[in-house]
Design a protein around this ligand. Structure first.
Ligand SMILES: [Zn+2]
Length: 407
C-alpha cells in the first residue's frame, strides 16, 4: 500500500473513535470512552510500525524508535477533537509523522538519532477550562494545584477527579514538568484550518510563528431613553457608538499584514425594542505574529475608540482580560524543512499560524517547527474538514527528510 493510501486509511480508522451520541463529525473529548479507544488504537498502530509505546498520565501516547546517538527528535500532534469536529485536525500530524517513520523502516534505513512520535491529549481545551494539557505537562508543568483548580466546564469536577475517575493516575502528572528537554527538537504537521494555502495554490507551508493575542472587554456608556420621544439629534446611543468603533476596527485591521482583530461577542442593554441602548459591552481580540505589533495596534485602536466615544456623546472604558505571547518557530528547523521541500521539489510556502498549537507551548522550551497542510475550502472544526490525500503525503515526505537529516 502506498503512503497516500496508508495515511488516508489510518485517518479513517481514527475517525471511528467518536462519541456516538453526537451525530455528526468527530467528537473525541479527553478522558472519555472514545478517547480511551483511540489511545488503544494508537498503541497498536505504533507497535505495528515497530515502535516501543508508552501512555503518559495525561493520556499522551508515545511511539519510540531507539537511535544511534543520544539525540532524540520528537514529532506529533494531538488526538483529541472539538465537538462535531473533522477527521484531520491533530490526527493528520500524528499519522503523517508515523507513516514517514514507517517509510524509513520499510526502506531499511536507520535514522542516526532517536525518533519519538507523540499523540497529545486535550489540546483543544473543550472539556476543561484550559487546553494543551499534555504539552503543558511536559513543558512548564501541571502542578497539584492546577489539577485541583482546572475544572470540567459542564460539571465543575476537577481535572484530578476526572482523570482518577477514568482510571488514570493524576498524581504522576506534576513530575512530567520539563521532560520535553530530553528531546532535541519538536516538529508538528497540522492542517492549516484556513484558506491561505488554497488561495496561494500551495499544498504545504512552513510556519514562521504562532500568533500571540490580547483580549479585552470594552464598555461603551450612553443614555437609555425613550425611543419615541427622544429626537435623533439629542441621543446618546451606546450601540450606534459601539457599531462605529467595530466598523473602524475592521477597516484598520484590513490594512495590516499578519494581524487579525475580532469582536466576537457583544451585549446591548437594556435590550428592548423601544429603548435607546444605554450600554454596550463587547469583546475585542487582536492576534498577530509579533507581540510588539499587537501592542501598538491595540493601544492605537483603544485610544481612537475613546475619541470616537466622545464624538458620539458617549463614554468608553476597557479592561484587558488576557494575553498570550507569539512564539517564533526555530530558524534552524525552518531551514531544514524548507531544504527538504526543495530537495523533493514540493512547492512550499511560509506563513504565520493564527490558531494555537502544541508547538507554541513546546517552542518556548526546545527548537520547534510546523508544517501546514492545505485545508480544502479553508474549513476546519466541523465535519466537512478535509485535506487532499496527496497533500498529506507531501507533508509526510517532508517529515521523513527531517527525520533522516544529519546535523
Ligand atoms: Zn489542532
Amino acid at each position: 500500500m502506498d503512503l497516500t493510501t496508508r495515511i488516508q486509511n489510518v485517518l479513517y480508522d481514527l475517525a471511528q473513535f467518536t462519541d456516538h451520541t453526537s451525530e455528526e463529525g468527530v467528537t473525541r473529548l479527553p478522558f472519555t470512552c472514545a478517547s480511551a479507544q483511540a489511545q488503544e488504537f494508537l498503541v497498536d498502530y505504533f507497535k505495528g510500525i515497530g515502535l516501543e509505546t508508552l501512555i503518559d498520565p495525561t493520556g499522551a501516547v508515545y511511539g519510540h524508535l531507539p537511535g544511534v546517538t543520544g539525540e532524540e527528535r520528537l514529532y506529533g500532534s494531538h488526538y483529541d477533537s472539538v465537538r462535531h469536529g473533522g477527521a484531520y485536525d491533530g490526527t493528520a500530524g500524528i499519522v503523517c509523522a508515523a507513516e514517514a517513520l514507517r517509510e524509513i523502516i520499510n526502506e531499511g534505513l536507520r535514522p542516526e538519532c532517536g525518533i519519538s512520535i507523540a499523540a497529545w491529549n486535550d489540546e483543544e481545551g473543550i472539556r476543561f477550562s484550559r487546553g494543551f494539557l499534555s504539552s503543558r505537562a511536559v513543558c512548564e508543568g501541571i502542578s497539584e494545584k492546577d489539577l485541583r483548580s482546572i475544572r470540567e466546564l459542564a460539571t465543575g469536577e476537577t481535572l484530578e477527579e476526572v482523570i482518577r475517575g477514568s482510571g488514570g493516575s493524576p498524581e504522576e502528572i506534576p513530575a512530567l514538568a520539563g521532560t520535553i528537554r530530553g528531546y532535541s527538537s519538536y516538529t508538528e504537521a497540522h492542517i492549516e484550518q484556513g484558506p491561505v494555502l488554497e488561495e496561494l495554490g500551495l499544498p504545504v507551508a512552513v510556519v514562521t510563528s504562532v500568533a500571540g493575542f490580547r483580549r479585552y472587554m470594552c464598555h461603551v456608556r450612553g443614555e437609555a431613553n425613550h425611543a419615541g420621544s427622544t429626537p435623533m439629534r439629542s441621543r446618546k446611543d451606546a450601540f450606534v457608538s459601539a457599531s462605529r468603533m467595530i466598523q473602524y476596527l475592521y477597516e484598520q485591521a484590513c490594512g495590516e499584514e499578519e494581524l487579525t482583530a475580532t469582536v466576537g461577542s457583544a451585549s446591548v442593554s437594556p435590550g428592548a425594542v423601544n429603548i435607546i441602548p444605554g450600554a454596550v459591552d463587547f469583546s475585542l481580540e487582536i492576534r498577530s505574529s509579533r507581540d510588539e505589533k499587537t501592542e501598538v495596534f491595540a493601544e492605537r485602536i483603544l485610544k481612537d475608540f475613546d475619541q470616537m466615544a466622545r464624538d458620539a456623546g458617549t463614554s468608553f472604558a476597557w479592561e484587558k482580560l488576557t494575553e498570550t505571547a507569539a512564539v517564533a518557530m526555530d530558524e534552524g528547523e525552518i531551514h531544514i524543512l524548507r531544504e527538504a521541500a526543495e530537495r523533493l521539489r514540493i512547492p512550499c510556502g511560509a506563513m504565520m499560524s493564527g490558531a494555537g498549537h502544541d508547538a507554541q507551548i513546546i517552542g518556548r522550551w526546545i527548537p520547534a517547527s510546523m508544517v501546514f497542510i492545505r485545508s480544502i475550502g479553508g474549513i476546519s472544526h466541523q465535519p466537512a474538514e478535509r485535506s487532499e490525500p496527496a497533500d498529506l503525503a507531501l507533508a509526510s515526505l517532508i517529515l521523513r527528510e527531517h527525520m533522516l537529516h544529519r546535523r
